[in-house]
Design a protein around this ligand. Structure first.
Ligand code: BJW
Length: 230
């Protein structure tokens, strides 16, 4: 079981050039959440949703992990399975920085989920053109991401890790979306020390023992060094 559980959100990828959701110029600007991030929105207008994710998948090829992703990967080199990264992000920047112990609770942009056979396949191309599922051949692929009203991935494993952790750190997330926004209270109830690293105080800042404000690319390497020195 990990001693340290790190929750990451869009803010950790912001310095790589991946837009956040709720900041000015964020992903929701120009899009209604209910149109592009709900199963109902997908049923209403598949093309708009597929295009939204196709564009983000293509943009992923143009960005690189930043100092915050790299600091977490370096920490894992020392702590091994003692560090678990639970990310709300659907990009692959943690993995590209070298992290291996990662849970993508809101899914992955580089996977397509077949609504017919339920299999998730690696996917780097587009979905707007309604390609066939590599497993069953049905033309029923959607992005393998978790929309509002759907259940995030690996909740049991995350709950167990939060219950056992001695430290919980939340990085670059607004704390506006559940169940991730409730992780700090879960971890605290079970005795963890809790720390927030964010550009500004999040909606749930008051739940943390400590909250530090700044850019993830500055704060995360500093915190990682503290862990290694103590
Ligand atoms: C920086 C920075 C820098 C910027 N350095 N920091 C009423 C009450 C409570 C809950 C509900 C409710 N009504 C409905 C619900 C449930 C609902 C919910 O939470 N709704 C809210 C609107 C209230 N949740 C769900 O439906 C979830 N499912 C669920 O609850 O199932 C039930 C269940 C749960 C558990 C067990 C059993 C059953 C599903 C939620 C799915 C969310 N999906 C999305 C889209 C994913 C695909 C995609 O990427 O398109 O996930 S929405 C979007 O928000 C995305 C993100 O992962 C998520 C969180 O956003 P995040 O990462 O926090 O980004 P921002 O932009 O909000 O914040 C960025 C932060 O970074 C800011 O604070 C910046 O300041 C900071 N920052 N630059 C450091 N350089």
């Amino acid at each position: 079981m990990p001693q340290i559980v790190v929750l990451t959100g869009a803010g950790i990828s912001a310095e790589s050039g991946v837009p956040t959701f709720r900041d000015a110029d964020g992903l929701w600007e120009g899009h209604r959440v209910e149109d592009v991030a709900t199963p109902e929105g997908f049923e209403r207008d598949r093309a708009t949703v597929q295009r939204f994710y196709d564009e983000r998948r293509a943009a992923l090829a143009t960005v690189e992990p930043n100092a915050a992703h790299r600091a977490l990967a370096e920490l894992e080199e020392t702590l091994g399975t003692g560090l678990l990264v639970v990310t709300q992000n659907i990009d692959d920047l943690h993995e590209r920085a070298g992290s291996r112990n990662v849970i993508h609770m809101h899914g992955e942009l580089l996977k397509a989920l077949c609504r017919s056979c339920g299999v998730a396949s690696p996917w780097s191309g587009t979905l707007l053109d309604e390609p066939a599922c590599p497993g069953c051949g049905a033309h029923e692929l959607r992005p393998d991401v978790v929309w509002f009203g759907e259940v995030p991935y690996e909740m049991d494993r995350i709950a167990d890790a939060l219950s056992e952790a001695s430290t919980f750190v939340s990085i670059g997330t607004s704390g506006a979306v559940y169940p991730a926004a409730g992780f700090v209270q879960h971890a605290r109830r079970h005795g963890a020390r809790t720390l927030e690293l964010n550009l500004e105080p999040s909606e749930g800042s008051h739940f943390f023992h400590e909250s530090r404000q700044g850019r993830a690319g500055d704060l995360v390497p500093l915190w990682a060094r503290e862990v290694l020195w103590t």
